[in-house]
Ligand binder design. Structure first.
Ligand code: PMT
Length: 413
């Protein structure tokens, strides 16, 4: 969990070099500088020429308390704190916003400007917070660059979906400064889930009724996809198994598309033995039609009775394995949230359960926001209403905390 007090923050005293490249989100980097500074980080800011067209270096100088570096071969800057000295000084390099152009430069290993040269010269962990138009982000060239950078161990935080400065809507927005601060706090250094494998389910399932109809629910996949992204940002190798939704899988995440509960069951059980952590965020159908008509059912009868049979309980199957991953379930409830969630935690022998209200105006199915009440055998925590990407970062940090706590107490999982 991100600590907000200066003395509590994991960023206190850390040397963070913020690289600002030329996109409209550069204005958010000013607020990011302020927030990182207020968490006790020592800040140095480097700006590309294009970034200076959006925000003046003086803004960052005032907020960081240090001169801003802008030129590679400037005799004054090089004599004060040259690019090699800056590269050595940094304990972490964060590029926010990271434009498509800068991402391409990084992939190519160019060093013709101060920030690129510095990234090449620094041995500190490098984190990118991309920001660009959604089509630029989706372009295969950018996606290929991102894939290669991830393979080199460079981490990405975001981008998130939403309204863009260009008037379009989609993935490409830079994460909010508070989200970046929390992700940095939670994963400073190696990342709270570094080296771990996380399997996540998301979205609804569709249970066919006849050739054209199915039973399903209102899950949009937003919660599960946000968790996949947050787990990847925390350093995990993530596999996302998803029912049909209208979202793009987060970059760097292995993706498996399924339709029915039975397909999700097979997909999970064939991969779960490689996983350290399982998170069941999918809204899996509890029942499927007992028979599937091959043709479209005709409306000849005045009424129609459907016989339903139970689907496989994927979460219970995972929790029943031996050995098994750290198993986290969700509970979607319309009443008696705490009773039912605690009941599922115990009955399915889970390590943790994240309970959310559904069927209410705020949070739950198909909303951008959610709130969770999280239970584990000897504790609980409430995560108040916030954007699902923020809730996901908090839940992932909590899972990491509990996973590592169990790991050190010889739990017989
Ligand atoms: O997708 P969004 O629109 O963002 O909405 C998010 C969400 C509300 C779907 C999500 O936060 C959530 O609550 N997911 C679980 C929904 C659900 O099916 O809850 P449940 O209480 O019916 O099931 C309990 C647990 O058992 C869940 O972890 C579920 O994945 C799992 N389960 C259920 C049935 C089944 N056959 N197999 C399962 O594994």
């Amino acid at each position: 969990m991100g600590a907000s007090g200066l003395s509590m923050s994991a960023l206190n005293g850390k040397h963070i070099l913020l690289g600002v490249t030329g996109g409209i989100a550069a204005y958010k980097a000013a607020e990011l500088t302020r927030q990182l500074k207020s968490r006790g980080a020592e800040m140095r800011v480097v700006m590309t020429e294009a970034a200076q067209a959006f925000v003046a270096p003086l803004t960052f100088q005032a907020l960081s308390g240090n001169p801003v570096a802008t030129h590679l071969l400037d005799p004054v800057e090089e004599s004060a704190m040259g690019h090699i000295a800056l590269a050595r000084w940094a304990e972490l390099v964060l590029i926010a916003p990271a434009t498509a152009d800068f991402i391409a430069r990084l992939r190519a290993g160019l060093a013709g400007d101060l920030l690129s040269a510095l990234c090449l010269a620094s041995e500190a962990p490098l984190i990118l917070a991309p920001a660009m138009n959604r089509a630029m982000w989706a372009n295969p060239a950018t996606q290929d660059n991102v894939r290669v950078l991830r393979e080199r161990g460079i981490r990405l935080l975001g981008p998130e979906e939403g309204e863009q400065a260009c008037g379009e809507t989609g993935p490409g927005r830079m994460l909010e400064p508070v989200e970046l601060c929390e992700a940095l706090e939670g994963s400073f250094g190696d990342g709270s889930l570094a080296g771990l494998s996380v399997l996540i389910t998301a979205g609804p399932t569709r249970e066919p009724l006849d050739a054209v109809r199915y039973l399903s629910n209102r899950s949009s996949g937003k919660m599960g996809y946000a968790l996949a992204r947050a787990a990847a940002d925390a350093g995990a190798r993530v596999t996302l198994i998803s029912g049909p939704v209208a979202l793009m899988p987060p970059p760097g995440v292995e993706f498996v598309a399924v339709e029915t509960a039975a397909e999700m069951h097979v997909a999970v059980l064939s991969r779960v033995h490689e996983s350290d952590i399982y998170i069941g965020a999918a809204a899996v159908a509890d029942y499927r039609p007992a028979e599937v008509a091959q043709a479209k059912i005709k409306k000849t009868a005045a009424s129609l009775n459907l016989e339903l049979t139970r689907t496989e309980d994927i979460l219970a199957a995972v929790a029943g394995l031996s050995p098994r991953p750290f198993t986290v379930g969700f509970a979607a409830e319309t009443d008696r949230l705490e009773d039912y969630a605690r009941g599922k935690l115990a009955a399915k022998n889970l390590d943790m359960i994240a309970a959310n209200w559904v069927g209410r105006p705020q949070g739950g199915f198909d909303r951008d926001e959610n709130s969770l009440h999280v239970f584990w055998p000897d504790g609980e925590r409430e995560l108040p209403l916030a954007d699902k990407s923020r809730i996901a970062i908090q839940l992932i940090e909590l899972i990491a905390e509990r996973f590592h706590a169990q790991d050190t107490t010889e739990n017989p999982r």
